[in-house]
Design a protein around this ligand. Structure first.
Ligand code: 5GP
Ligand code: ZN
Length: 114
């Protein structure tokens, strides 16, 4: 998608701080972190959000989870714990319409989701 900011980041048209990359997934530091660790994990294929996940692209969800585990290990927060968040649609707080998961940690986040 030519007007998608995360596609531009994946294509290196917009700079980002890479944390992890393979042939399916790219992960980079969030520009506005809410915790000591705040990484965005995105599929390299443009998928707007969970509502666009189907049989043809659902394997990306596993790829993203596997990447999350590797990134958490690399950043030293795998055993202490972390949170993986997806915002879907307007009421879900989604602002960038390229599927992404927030990997957040590096401190005790507590039990409250909101
Ligand atoms: P959403 O609200 O859609 O779940 O999250 C979008 C996230 O993308 C936000 O946390 C925001 O800080 C981050 N973000 C938006 N634009 C950029 C950008 O150009 N670079 C980076 N690294 N993060 C961005
Ligand atoms: Zn995109």
């Amino acid at each position: 998608m030519s007007d998608c900011i995360f596609c531009k980041i994946i294509n290196k048209e917009i700079p980002s701080t890479a944390v992890y990359e393979d042939d399916k997934v790219y992960a980079f530091k969030d520009i506005n972190p809410v915790a000591p660790v705040h990484v965005l994990i995105v599929p390299k294929q443009h998928i707007s959000n969970i509502n666009e996940v189907d049989e043809s692209n659902s394997s990306y969800l596993i790829d993203i989870h596997m990447a999350a585990k590797k990134i958490a290990a690399d950043l030293g927060i795998k055993d202490s714990g972390f949170r993986l968040i997806n915002n879907c649609g307007a009421d879900g707080g989604q602002t960038v319409f390229h599927l992404h998961y927030h990997l957040i940690g590096g401190k005790n986040l507590g039990p409250n989701l909101l």
